[in-house]
Design a protein around this ligand. Structure first.
Ligand code: FAD
Ligand code: NAP
Length: 337
């Protein structure tokens, strides 16, 4: 294998920030992936796994080998109302959701239009409009970068949480996910509880939504509210919604009656980070080409030629002002390279 050298990663990431990868290769088969992993190991170089680049912020030259995952596979089996699908890690997430919805297979329709690849979906347990990929997850296959051996992870072993998994924590950079298996249904539970979704359904006069209705509504909402990375660089939510204890939540609610709070099954509360940021006056702010999206304060944007340091600087100042005003710490969701 001969990797390319000094490749600009801007076209491979949704923030469109220029930074060079020392070495770069694509893996379209498991053999190519194993070869790339072995090459980096024998050279003593670090490895970085890149999917669609929609959750990565580049801040400097990326030392070592970037492996762009392009593993394509779609296998489905149907038993009664249960549909089991095994999907290659390089498949585009939204294309797969569309493929499922076209066939009437429900479960992941609330996650339509999330950018990126299937292999990255378990990484932060992607979620939107009240559904996480974990709800349909069965297992995934991965390759250990230290040994090249393959391993199957069960749902429990992935330790999924709110925008979390074992791959984002303890096993970060230790495994390359190669395929994910999901269980769908031809008779699924419909999730229409989020306000934007129920409003959109009402607007369309839909009382008993189908999988296709939810899919169409979610796409319409997202197209209205979120910046299209093809038009303006961004990586979606830059911060996670903070989860605080019941006592902190109640003290905040006493002080800020309009603060959106969502109680969690364990009694803690999730706060809407976008509201906190907005209250600090950041929505629509711009400093040079680094900015905060005008319709969604959780999304930081690159208006053109911002670099990673400028985005980090803006993010740090947002974190500081939210901390000073509300005593709440915002944690980054984006992966900083
Ligand atoms: P990348 O950005 O390429 O990688 C992200 C991380 O995963 C990196 O650390 C990378 O090393 C690792 N990784 C990637 N592929 C693999 C693999 N095969 N094996 C091991 N590690 C891997 N996220 C949500 O949860 N919900 C949303 O609603 C949502 N909306 C978004 C909207 C916009 C406009 C944008 C730009 C982003 C949004 N995101 C959302 C974030 C992002 O789309 C998801 O996190 C997505 O899963 C990232 O996929 P990717 O292939 O682009 O990953
Ligand atoms: P929104 O509907 O304006 O809601 C603001 C926040 O409040 C969301 O982050 C959401 O948390 C929470 N929320 C709203 N209704 C809720 C309910 N009924 N129960 C529990 N929590 C509720 O959010 P938005 O910005 O337009 O995004 C819509 C959905 O897409 C959200 O689920 C969001 O997570 C997802 N999204 C994610 C990214 C990303 O990069 N991670 C980017 C864009 C959109 P949750 O985030 O926990 O759902």
């Amino acid at each position: 294998m001969t990797p390319l050298s000094n490749i600009d990663l801007a076209p491979y990431t949704s923030f469109r920030i220029h930074a060079v990868a020392e070495y770069f290769t694509k893996a379209t088969t498991i053999d190519e992936l194993l070869e790339a992993v072995a090459w980096a190991r024998t050279q003593g170089l670090p490895m970085h796994i890149l999917g669609g680049g929609s959750n990565v912020l580049l801040t400097k030259t990326v030392k070592g080998l970037v492996i762009h995952i392009r593993l394509m596979e779609r296998v489905a089996s149907i038993e009664g109302t249960r549909v089991t699908v095994r999907i290659g890690a390089g498949e585009t997430w939204h294309n797969i959701v569309s493929w499922m919805v076209d066939r009437g297979w429900g479960g992941l329709e609330n996650l339509a239009l999330i950018p990126g690849t299937v292999g990255a979906a378990p990484m932060q347990n992607i979620g939107a409009y009240g559904v996480e990929q974990a709800s349909c997850f069965v297992e995934l296959d991965a390759i250990d970068v230290a040994t090249g051996e393959s391993r199957t992870f069960t749902k429990d072993e992935c330790a999924f949480g709110y925008r979390e998994s074992v791959f984002k924590r303890e096993l970060r950079d230790r495994y390359v996910i190669t395929a994910v298996t999901y269980r769908l249904s031809t008779d699924p539970v419909i999730h229409a509880g989020y306000r934007d979704v129920s409003d959109e359904l009402s607007l369309r006069g839909i009382v008993q939504p189908t999988v296709g209705d939810i899919y169409a509504c979610v796409i319409a909402i997202r197209q209205r509210k979120l910046p299209d990375p093809r038009l303006i660089g961004n990586a979606g939510s830059f911060f996670k919604n903070p989860v605080v204890s019941a006592s902190v939540a109640s003290a905040l609610r006493d002080q800020y009656p309009l603060l959106p709070l969502y109680q969690q099954p364990d009694g803690s509360s999730k706060l809407a980070a976008a509201w906190l940021i907005d209250q600090c006056g950041w929505k629509g702010a711009r400093e040079g080409d680094a900015g905060v999206h005008a319709h969604q304060a959780l999304v930081l944007v690159n208006h053109g030629s911002a670099d990673g340091a400028q985005i980090i600087d803006l993010a740090t100042r947002i974190q500081q002002s939210v901390h000073d005003r509300f005593g709440v710490d915002l944690e980054r969701e984006v992966n900083v390279w």
